[in-house]
Ligand binder design. Sequence first.
Ligand code: ZN
Ligand code: ZN
Length: 336
Amino acid sequence: MDDLQFGTRNKRGDWAPATALRASPIWPPQPARALSWLIGYLWPWNALFLASALLWWRWLIPDEATRRTLDIGWIGPLLVANMMGIALFYGAIEWRWYHRRAQDRRFKYNGRFPAEQPSDVFWFRSQNLDNALRTLLISVPIGTAIEVALLWGYANGWIAQRDWDSHPGQIAALVALAPVIHEAHFFVIHRAIHWGPLYRWVHAVHHNSVNPSPWSSLSMHPVESLAYFGVAAWVLVMAGHPFLAVWFFHLAGFGAVVGHIGFDKLAFGADGRPLMDTSAYAHYLHHKHFDVNYCDNGVLPLDVWTGSWHDGSPEGEARMQERFRRKRERMNTASS
Ligand SMILES: [Zn+2]
Ligand SMILES: [Zn+2]
């Protein structure tokens, strides 16, 4: 497996893909790309998160009568399952590609591993420990609290819902729409927390990880965790199904890993094959340059529309530098 067939490595050891990222073909419409793009959108990530949400729904979410009261008997096991699920999923990727270093630095955007860069910005000077503790002790409990509140609200009839038997089409459509809502919600809150005072107070915690790994995915200030998992509150205006509350938790919780894998391709076999595309580059560029790619490269090309898109190419880099230069000029003019 030679990663230089697919990209280049600079003097620092950072690898970059040779081909530029392509934004969603939705708008302006590019019908010729629609099928391959749709397959890449569903497989493997969204299919995996839907499978985990269905597994949780089948085995861990109790019936409506139980959910009518806030009882530790069902909330406790759900919290433990959410913590263990995230810990095992993120932990498995960390173990194979960051601890065992199964493919060393091949396809790794940043030439160094977080464990090689202790820093005072992290708890215990360790990015891994800081990120894992913030994920499991802050973000997952906050996300679970929102999930529980909504399941409880549904069970008590406070949230409008439809029955699967009589409205399968509407519920399936809402399930299909949820990733798009998650993207748009994330884009809006993410732009908001990049505003100076909010950035320094809230979002700087997430950006401490300039060289992200899976544990960085949910390493957030509690206010960011609340706003981020708050995407599930969209069920309040949906007249859907309680499964949607679980689906949003899985999209936001398990789904956060996608942009933080740190490798462009993951090799599964001992001989370096098969290779899986990770779709991590757009958000990696956000961690590197901050003011680009507020949204992952999903259905809605929101960064293209708002001018913050960086496709990873030299031209994209030049466009970004030009935008930063104009921004500095505006700030200098305003301050003089
Ligand atoms: Zn991130
Ligand atoms: Zn950010």
